[in-house]
Design a protein around this ligand. Sequence first.
Ligand code: HEC
Length: 131
Amino acid sequence: MKSIFPSLALALAWSAQAATPAQLMSGYAAAAGAGFKAEAARGAEFYKRNFGVSAKMPSCTSCHTEHPSQPGRHVVTDKPIKPLAPAANPERFTDPAKVEKWFKRNCSEVVGRECTAAEKADFIAFITGGH
Ligand code: HEC
């Protein structure tokens, strides 16, 4: 329940308004439960982890590269992808509906399930850390 309903509720609540990466992160952290604190180091480990679910896209780095401040390339379509780090691309993590949409799609493909609120909070902590 925890992994699906809070993020859905957040997506609905947020879908109409712009946000900052910090707001998104604290929203996911709150959804992860009392006492949860987002950790950039856990997010970094998650970003680089080889999940072994998809041979073509074993990890987030498959398309977003080892360095999220660099432009990426879609491993299947070869289309360019703008940097994921807000430091390099200020549009990132400002549109809650877009963030939810891509977490959903990318996590399903790479991790083989939806990401939890805790994983999303850690991910944003990492991605906003200036990498
Ligand atoms: C198959 C290629 C691919 C892989 C692998 C991939 N992504 Fe993405 N990701 C994309 C594309 C394409 C977009 C949307 C295009 C864009 O916004 O530049 C995107 C956008 C995103 C966004 C939207 C951010 C924003 O605010 O604009 C998030 C969040 C995201 N990805 C997270 C992840 C995570 C987490 C993983 C690993 C679990 C991952 N991605 C792996 C291709 C990929």
